[in-house]
Write a protein that binds this ligand. Sequence first.
Ligand code: AMP
Ligand code: MG
Length: 267
Amino acid sequence: MDRYLVKPNSKIDLKAISSDHYKGYQGTKEQAMELTKIMNLELDKLQKIQNAEKKHKILIIFQGLDASGKDGAIRNVFGSVNPSGVYVAHFGAPTTTELSYDFLWRIHKKVPSKGEIVIFNRSHYEDVLIVRVQNLMPENIWRNRFEHINNFEKMLADEDTIILKFYLHISKEEQRTRLQSRVDNPEKHWKIDPQDFKDREKWDEYIEAYNDVLKFTSTEYAPWFVIPSDKKWYRDLIITSILTDKLRKMKMKYPSSKYDYTGYVVK
Ligand code: AMP
Ligand code: MG
């Protein structure tokens, strides 16, 4: 799975990275979906232990351009996990109140506690992406945020938070198809957001901004993975594999009882 990992300080050029890497995959789509389902169930078991053990906090960040599949991936990766054990936080445009604080204020309030998995659908990375591309703040403000983000994530990691970050990589053509289907399919009309079209006009600037995010903020303690996402089933397979692998390696255990069978505290 290291194939999709962004090594710290490596220069990334997303334009040179394939978003349809599945073409090299040996199995079929059906096999991939079956395997994902099996791992979904394992993820549920691992989460149950994590929740009982109350040792680790797990933070999973999803980023990607509009229609890159963040919502779908979250549903397909975590759909079998006990809903009591996971929490999804979505970050849209900040409210006036949120804007009157520092950019990490609303983020920090949502991070996981011991035994929890929290999934971020968009995140503090918007503060160096849309904010940069749509000129919502001057450069001297957003540029310093790379360092602030690394320091923030290091602090979370030092306090037992496992952080994994997934960038869902789609081609410009695939985005066109998906945005078009929102126009054509009445069941998807609700997803149409004029901002998506404004953002699409700045595709190249977004890719540049993402290149910097991946270069400056993929760290040992909070790595980025670039997930080829033109095919949804391949995207789900890879994310589920990375996550399951990570949780397995944490060697989590159910805690033993503090009491003996009569209810006395075990010395
Ligand atoms: P969606 O995830 O499709 O509901 O869209 C949420 C919108 O909120 C996207 O256009 C994001 O770029 C935007 N957004 C999220 N965080 C911020 C932020 N910190 N500043 C400005 N816009 C943001
Ligand atoms: Mg949207």
